[in-house]
Design a protein around this ligand. Structure first.
Ligand code: NAD
Length: 490
């Protein structure tokens, strides 16, 4: 509304025009981080620790991004709860624990998951306060670049807010990829976000994609009572992970009751009368109650205003950065899922710290060869470093040692003996270059080998490290001994 329009024409006495509100100008910070997920919030905290006046913009009322709100954390909560349910219905009896009638209170299970998420997301608010990170609730977009720096507009519930800073980090993460012919209808056909919150157990569930999300959430709903069919385009599960791990994971998941159809290219999903029909190229359609689409994720840059500062993305939607995480526009950096590399929360965190440290100190580094990958199925699957296939492909000579959990006393006590640890060491130097684990709690065990590899350990170093007895970690020691053909218990 213009100033003249604002004057009441019926007024008989002229009054002094109300002074135009002073434009407060943009709010200035040293650094604006767009996105409050594991990449963004960690970058913001590290920047504040290093003395930068830091702002973090996030569209959600809950900080923590996909990982905390609708990804890693809620899925682990449901994996844990569903595993307890399955144990109560089956394996507890092996321990001589006799339980009465078992029933599922899904609403309570979901509430527990929500409480965990809320506690953790509030924790980030607390960390921001402690570190004096200014938090802006709204969608951030680039507006322009001036001599003052990059202008970011935050559009939330109230008036838009203008921020300006010499440095901006894009940490906007990723969203679930769709499939041509498949319309998400929230109730029946959804992504992991919906599958983490269904209010009833589907009788028949079709999961499209046998990656980490498909196998984890497929496991959750199977344990809760769904008949689950996983449709996978390739001829294997967990593409990118070690072949031997993937083969054993498949065998064990099948034994648990998950059904798999490989070479299945889904062409479309139709919903009618509460039933879904999944069309597969060259094969019979499948009818089911619900569909989970888990065919990967794509970087989030929609509405970010990259054009306004002359930035574009590559064919896959990634923001391109150099080794210092800087884009083609000076002062604008990007980290996490929005740039190339594995879409993993812990990789995004490492990016965030390295990016900020590079901005402030000139130095920062992530060793992308040592980013662990974990899939939280039962048993868990974990990897760090090179796969056997990659080493063979690269013509690099290596020695290999494997040891099975069946030969480990702690695994026997747990009643979880399926799986093994495989260590790959350079043939000349004996340096550990890849470790692949499947078995009980390998999500935790992988940290030992990742740390050892970060320090340049040889398999001999691992073999000669005293491991407490009885622990699952002894399997790592035995696998390291096996590299030299001298495992004791195998
Ligand atoms: P993914 O890329 O890991 O797996 C997707 C699978 O879908 C692939 O095997 C692919 O071949 C298959 N696929 C693609 N199109 C298909 C089609 N038309 N028909 C049938 N199959 C098809 O993706 P995801 O499991 O959705 O996970 C997304 C990202 O999130 C990944 O980067 C993953 O690493 C990450 N993530 C990690 C964890 C973890 O670390 N535990 C958990 C969840 C997600």
């Amino acid at each position: 509304m213009s100033e003249s329009n604002a004057t009441d024409s019926n007024q008989s006495e002229p009054t002094a025009a109300a002074p135009a509100p002073l434009d407060p100008g943009p709010r200035r910070h040293d650094l604006i981080v767009i996105g409050g997920g594991p990449g963004g919030y960690v970058a913001a905290i590290r920047a504040a620790q290093l003395g930068l006046d830091t702002a973090c913009v996030d569209a959600s009322a809950q900080l923590g991004g996909t990982c905390l709100r609708v990804g890693c954390i809620p899925s682990k909560a449901l994996l844990e709860s569903s595993e307890r349910y399955e144990e109560a219905r089956g394996s507890l009896a092996d321990h001589g624990v006799v339980v009465g009638e078992i029933s599922l209170d899904l609403a309570k299970m979901m509430k527990r998951k929500e409480r965990i998420v809320t506690t953790l997301t509030r924790g980030i608010d607390g960390l921001f306060r402690k570190n004096n990170v200014a938090r802006y609730h709204g969608r951030g977009r680039f507006d322009s670049t001036s001599a003052d720096g990059h202008v970011v507009i935050v559009e939330g519930q109230g008036e838009p807010v203008r921020l300006v800073a010499a440095k901006v980090i894009i940490a906007t993460g990723s969203v679930a990829a769709g499939l041509p012919g498949v319309e998400f209808d929230v109730d029946r056909v959804g992504t992991s976000t919906e599958a983490l919150a269904w209010d009833s157990v589907p009788g028949e569930l079709v999961v499209i994609g046998a990656g980490a999300i498909g196998l984890e959430l497929g496991s959750v709903w199977r344990r809760l009572g769904a008949r689950v069919t996983v449709l996978e385009y390739l001829d294997r599960v967990l593409p990118g992970m070690d072949d031997e791990l993937a083969a054993l994971a498949l065998k064990l998941l099948k034994k648990q009751g998950l059904k798999f159809q490989f070479g299945a290219r889904v062409e479309g999903v139709k919903v009618a009368d509460g039933r879904c029909t999944v069309a597969i190229a060259g094969a019979a359609s499948i009818s089911c109650d619900r569909v989970l689409v888990a065919v990967g994720r794509r970087p989030t840059t929609d509405g970010l205003g990259l054009d306004a500062i002359g930035l574009s993305t590559d064919a896959r939607g990634h923001v391109l950065v150099d080794s210092r995480f800087e884009t083609a526009v000076a002062g604008v950096h990007a980290i996490g899922d929005v740039i190339a590399g594995p879409m993993l929360a812990h990789k995004a965190e490492e990016d965030g710290v390295a990016c900020v440290e590079t901005i402030v100190t000139g130095h920062g580094h992530v060793d992308y060869d040592l980013v662990p990958m974990v899939v939280y199925t039962e048993p868990e699957v974990a990897s760090v470093g090179q796969t056997e296939a990659a080493l063979v492909g690269a013509g690099r000579a290596f020695r290999k040692g494997s040891f099975a959990f069946a030969g480990n006393g702690r695994a026997r006590s747990l009643g979880a003996i399926a799986g093994f640890v495989k260590i790959l060491a350079d043939a000349q130097t004996d340096r550990v270059i890849g470790v692949h684990l499947i078995g009980p709690r390998v999500s935790e065990l992988v940290a030992e080998v990742a740390a050892a590899m970060a320090f340049g350990a040889s398999s001999e170093d691992l073999a000669r490290t005293c491991h407490a007895h009885p622990t699952l970690a002894e399997v790592i020691k035995e696998a390291a001994l096996a590299v030299d053909g001298r495992a004791i218990h195998g």
